[in-house]
Ligand binder design. Structure first.
Ligand SMILES: CSCCC(=O)C(=O)COP(=O)(O)O
Ligand code: MG
Length: 237
């Protein structure tokens, strides 16, 4: 059964929606884990890294004098718990950006994703991404997929820095303002019901993505329309 949605712009989540959760939790997290300490030690003079490390210490209640080993232990605990804390996402993003540039990482997408994105673009829809992953990580990831460079498909990328937390309606309002599209003309696709609730609270058209075998496949999506793949989603202007 297909789900019809009328919209001018489609904003997609990443993990569990366009890429398998394992792409993030296994491929990307395993790549970042052993590299966090060396990255912080080698790039500690980079203001972005220094700021992220300071925020980790602050959020974890570590003293300002805590050493890199203590910071890395916190980052590993957050990754084990899949806590999508902004400073962790900033540091991961830098490491992944480097990994993609070195040719050591490639993004795998669900088979239905690229055909759907292309058909939506061909139909004149505007596309954007909203993920907890940093904008740098998003761009690196979509630049290096098994289907090639997909960045030309997207006109904007949003994360917890330039939009805000994914479970807060104000984040979706900020994205709508940045895109210059009326709330009811934006569709958001995600596997996480709380994100859909926040998008709907901002007036967006929220669509659940319950992919078989993914962690949120059996989640309670409440009254949100749900698709098992983008093949079931018919977006028109
Ligand atoms: C390829 S960008 C990195 C994705 C990431 O770090 C992440 O946590 C994905 O979370 P999402 O909000 O897209 O579910
Ligand atoms: Mg997700």
């Amino acid at each position: 059964m297909s789900v019809p949605v009328v919209a001018e712009a489609v904003v997609v989540d990443i993990e569990g929606t366009v890429t398998p959760t394992s792409q993030v939790h296994v491929v990307l997290y395993d790549y970042a884990r052993p590299r966090l300490g060396p990255w912080i030690r080698e790039h500690g003079g980079d203001p972005v890294v220094a700021e992220a490390v300071a925020r980790v210490k602050d959020e974890a209640g570590l003293g300002a004098q805590a050493d890199t080993g203590e910071v890395v232990a916190v980052l590993h605990r957050w990754m084990d718990a899949d806590r999508k804390a902004t400073p962790l996402k900033t540091l991961q993003g830098l490491i992944w950006q480097d990994g993609y540039a070195r040719g050591e990482l490639t993004t795998g997408l669900f088979d239905d994703v690229v055909p759907a994105l292309r058909s939506w673009r061909d139909a004149g829809l505007r596309l954007a991404v909203f993920s907890s992953g940093s904008v740098a990580a998003q761009i690196a990831s979509f630049s290096h997929t098994t289907a090639g460079d997909l960045t030309p498909l997207f006109e904007a990328h949003f994360d917890t820095v330039n939009a805000g937390p994914k479970r807060e309606a104000d984040s979706y309002r900020r994205i709508g303002e940045a895109l210059g599209v009326a709330a009811q003309r934006v569709a958001f696709c995600s596997d996480v019901p709380a994100e859909l609730d926040a998008a709907r609270a901002a007036g967006w058209r929220a669509v659940g993505v319950a992919r078989p075998g993914e962690p949120c496949a059996d989640a309670d999506f409440g009254t949100h329309p749900v698709v098992a793949s983008f093949d079931e989603l018919e977006v028109s202007r």
